[in-house]
Design a protein around this ligand. Structure first.
Ligand code: EPZ
Length: 435
């Protein structure tokens, strides 16, 4: 596994360009395959999850490539496969979005049930209940979801709890169903809105995205178009906290401050000075962060994906903070932070963090994407050297995080895993060949 070697103590300074949102890119690349004709997508991040979803769709017959201006082209006309490959789908839960696509486009889908991951069990029962409401027949055999329909028909669907994936998957399927679908208790995340705007630009008829009731009037066909996706609010929040932990001064470029409202408020409560521009955020840290209590919640609440980087910042805060995680079971990184001297106790869905004056470098391992970000942040302030293994998990959702941090002054070195990197290299070059 590739490693990062970080020597802590350097305050971050400079300007960082935030990449496109991974959690927008994934559903939008899938949605491009609902259409006839080519879509050209801009601001797509170069991360492993984007390569994986592209490979799954290529495996089903779509053509996907990057051009020299770094725009992703998707030509779905040859997409006829309805059986998604287990080896590829098991790598990433968001692959389950192809179920909504295949039902809408082909009336048939065989997709492996997504496994659990470091965030605990992650069922798809709401997705399946929604597809059945739209008229699909669902069977689960040998770990595969087998779904079939002669014609998807619009329906009124209440989603049991705010679920980004369910809202997205049902929006994909309903966009080409017969009649009207109403999604009640829909997720309001910016990535859901981004997808709806893209689908409407292709000829879909979706109203209400961003509220908890989304109306979708199905259409017979969609046509490919050009679209630029939103920037990544989770990457932006991670850099704000990186500045908070190292006591530096950053300008974040290519961001949507509105998407970070709850994050900005919490970081200001922790003592960071934050100034918003139209598409920039300026962050200054006046020294040791203040201890702040936190509870994660669906958008517009504090995002669960920033809970771990925030906890890393609280591990050196002045005081004790209580962090409650209401979405997933995602405190596995705490053991690794403890190895660096953090004083954290977890009691069911709550972490009690007593801020310490100093963390010390150690050998630690990444358990999941955002936990990896937390370990990188902790290493940026820890005394001495930290060796972080399993950095491929960080590459799944952050584009060149180590390179961006180095450019801001961090003492960070990447120790490649020849074999793993060779595999990733051939994956990206073969999959997303430049034309
Ligand atoms: C999306 O995951 C994101 N992933 C996650 O980001 C993010 O943490 C999560 O939304 C919450 O915001 C992508 O967009 C690719 P959910 P998703 O459905 O859709 C339960 C990252 O690091 N649930 O909103 O899988 C579920 O267990 C990733 O970028 C069911 O019970 O999350 C959870 O407790 C991590 N049954 C809650 O709902 C279902 O059928 C919310 O999950 C579906 C979900």
């Amino acid at each position: 596994m590739a490693k990062l070697l970080i020597r802590g103590g350097t305050p971050l300074k400079g300007t960082v360009e935030i990449s496109g949102a991974k959690n927008s890119a994934l559903p939008i690349i899938v949605a491009a395959c609902l259409a006839e004709g080519e879509s050209i997508l801009e601001n797509i991040p170069h991360d492993i999850d984007v390569y994986t979803i592209s490979m799954i769709l290529r495996d089903l017959g779509a053509e996907i490539w990057l051009d020299r201006e770094n725009r992703l082209h998707v030509v779905p006309d040859g997409l006829e496969g309805y059986q998604a490959s287990y080896d590829l789908v098991r790598r990433m839960r968001a692959s389950f979005y192809v179920t909504g696509l295949l039902l809408a486009r082909l009336g048939k889908a065989e997709v492996p049930l997504p496994g659990g991951c470091a965030l605990g069990s992650r069922p798809v029962d709401y997705h399946l209940k929604g597809f059945q409401a739209l008229g699909a027949r669902i069977n689960i055999e040998h770990g595969f979801v087998k779904a079939e329909t002669d014609q998807l028909v619009g329906s009124k669907i209440y989603i049991n709890r705010s679920s980004v994936g369910t809202t997205i998957n049902l929006m994909l399927a309903a966009s080409r169903a017969k009649g009207t679908t109403i999604l009640e208790n829909a997720a309001k995340e910016p990535e859901v809105v981004d997808l709806a705007i893209y689908l409407n630009s292709m000829g879909a008829r979706i109203r209400g995205a961003g509220t908890d009731v989304i109306r979708i009037d199905g259409v017979d066909s969609l046509r490919g178009t050009e679209y630029g996706i939103i920037s990544d609010r989770i990457e932006a929040g991670t850099f704000i906290m990186a500045c908070g932990i190292t006591g530096g001064e950053l300008v974040l470029a290519n961001v949507v401050p509105e998407h970070l409202r709850s994050t900005i408020l919490k970081c200001e409560e922790a003592g960071l000075e934050i100034e918003e521009g139209i598409s920039t955020i300026q962050v200054r840290s006046k020294g040791r962060p203040l201890a702040v209590d936190l509870e994660t919640a669906p958008y517009p609440g504090f995002p669960t994906d920033l809970q771990q980087p925030f906890a890393a910042m609280m591990s050196i805060a002045d005081g004790t903070s209580i962090i409650r995680e209401t979405i997933f079971d995602r405190f596995r990184y705490v053991d690794e932070l403890r190895r660096m001297g953090a004083d954290i106790r977890v009691d069911r869905d709550t972490a009690i963090i007593r801020g310490v004056a100093e963390l010390t470098g150690a050998q630690v391992e990444v358990t999941d994407l955002r936990a990896g970000a937390a370990l990188v942040l902790a290493a940026l302030i820890a005394k001495g050297k930290t060796e972080i293994s399993g950095v491929e998990l960080v590459d799944r959702g952050y584009e060149r995080l180590d390179a961006k941090l180095r450019q801001l002054g961090a003492d960070i070195e990447r120790i490649p895993d020849r074999q793993e990197d060779a595999f990733e290299e051939c994956l990206t070059s073969s999959l997303l060949e430049i034309r």
